[in-house]
Design a protein around this ligand. Structure first.
Ligand code: PLP
Length: 365
């Protein structure tokens, strides 16, 4: 058996006629930037997330940059986040000259350990940036309460959690600004780079809207230093199709995760989702001690796996200037050596799941 990790081929095939029709419409319209497809998408995203405002942007990375630029983050500011994440989280903070201040994760959820946040706050702290890792949101009520007490903004790095629920609220609607990614392999992915920002604050929305187009408020009139951060019409057209089917995709991902857990829980440490929230399962990630060996046995059996992420941010060469050393964030470091993501997509069959899990179990024998 040969297993596909994200199965983007099937995702295309399932709605290919619709994708082709809407793409041709955009191409033949000769309107490629900020057209009706974007307006339609932003209205649907805003309605789906139940935020007051939504803006399509060029990627999840640019969503984070734009959010921080709109909040006025600059050199010398500090942003609290976790070291157990994809590079973009910490990198965008550093790009603006600000300092990523790391707080270790909670071993159960892989998300920021809220009990350690207040210790990391200084008079330079401007925002907290929780990452909704693998598709599950962090403890947003506690984070928002700390932020309110210290007058900080909260930016949710929701690149992996679009559609997830926290106490009935959608990811991206429970913070000052929510930032997501539509990278192809994300739960809601387009056919290239894409992302979105969400807020309830009209002023921030207007600022981000201008900043996404070089800070322009009128043609060639620039109120702010901005960026080239638009989502293009072709990607918006694809997302308009995909968003209509997204509820079903999430349900299937959740079904796959449930089956994985049932088949594996007696043998390995399986992911845990808190009772008051759901995951959209950007990744189904287990923890094992002999990862390298298991990965190579699975590879031989045609089962791809991945490691999200092997080196925590504080030990990355690019952040050496922050002066961290091994042992500073022990939970992140242990998880980095043990986590292994299994194939995850809405199309995995029971036969495939049984094949994957029996190979994992056999690899321990
Ligand atoms: C946690 C996290 N943050 C940010 C990003 C950046 O998103 P993009 O690849 O769309 O720039 C990603 C995507 O890979 C991510 O997983």
């Amino acid at each position: 058996m040969k297993i596909d990790f994200a199965n983007l081929t099937k995702a295309y095939d399932e709605h290919s006629a619709e994708f082709e029709r809407v793409s041709l419409d955009v191409m033949s319209s000769a309107r490629y930037i900020l057209g009706k497809e974007i307006n339609e998408l932003e209205a649907s995203l805003q309605e789906y997330v139940k935020s007051d405002y939504a803006l399509g942007v060029s990627s999840g990375t640019d969503a984070l940059l734009l959010a921080m630029m709109a909040l006025g983050i600059r050199g010398g500011d500090e942003i609290i986040t976790t070291p157990f994440t994809f590079i973009a989280t910490a990198e965008t903070i550093a790009c603006l000259g600000a300092k990523p201040v790391f707080v270790d994760i909670d071993e159960e959820t892989f998300n920021i350990d809220v009990s350690q946040i207040e210790n990391a706050i200084t008079d330079k702290t401007k925002a907290i940036m929780p990452v909704s890792l693998y598709g599950q949101m962090a403890d947003m009520d506690e984070i928002n309460a700390i932020a309110a007490k210290h007058n900080l903004a909260v930016i949710e790095d929701a690149a992996q959690s679009f559609g997830a629920l926290y106490k009935g609220k959608r990811s991206c609607s429970a913070s000052t600004i929510g930032c997501t990614s539509f990278f192809p392999a994300k739960p809601l992915g387009c056919f290239g780079d894409g992302g979105a920002v969400f807020t309830q604050d009209r002023k921030l929305y207007e600022k981000m809207k201008a900043m996404r187009v070089h800070g322009q408020v009128k043609r060639y009139t620039h109120k702010y230093i901005g960026m080239g951060g638009r989502l293009d019409n072709l990607q918006a057209a694809i997302l308009n199709v995909k968003l209509r089917h997204y509820g079903k995709d999430i349900e299937r991902r959740q079904q796959v995760a449930k089956q994985y857990t049932e088949l594996l829980k007696s043998y390995v440490s399986t992911p845990s989702i808190k009772e008051d929230r759901t995951s959209v399962w950007a990744q189904y990630t287990i923890r094992i001690k002999n990862r390298k060996e298991v990965q190579s046995k699975l590879k031989e059996a045609g089962i791809p796996t991945a490691v999200h992420y092997p080196i925590p941010m504080h030990l990355q060469e690019c952040f050496a200037y922050l002066g961290h050393k091994k042992g500073d964030f022990p939970i992140s470091e242990t998880c980095a050596t043990e986590v292994m993501s299994l194939p995850m997509n809405p199309y995995l069959t029971t036969d495939e799941l049984e094949y994957i899990t029996s190979n994992i179990i056999n690899s321990f024998r």
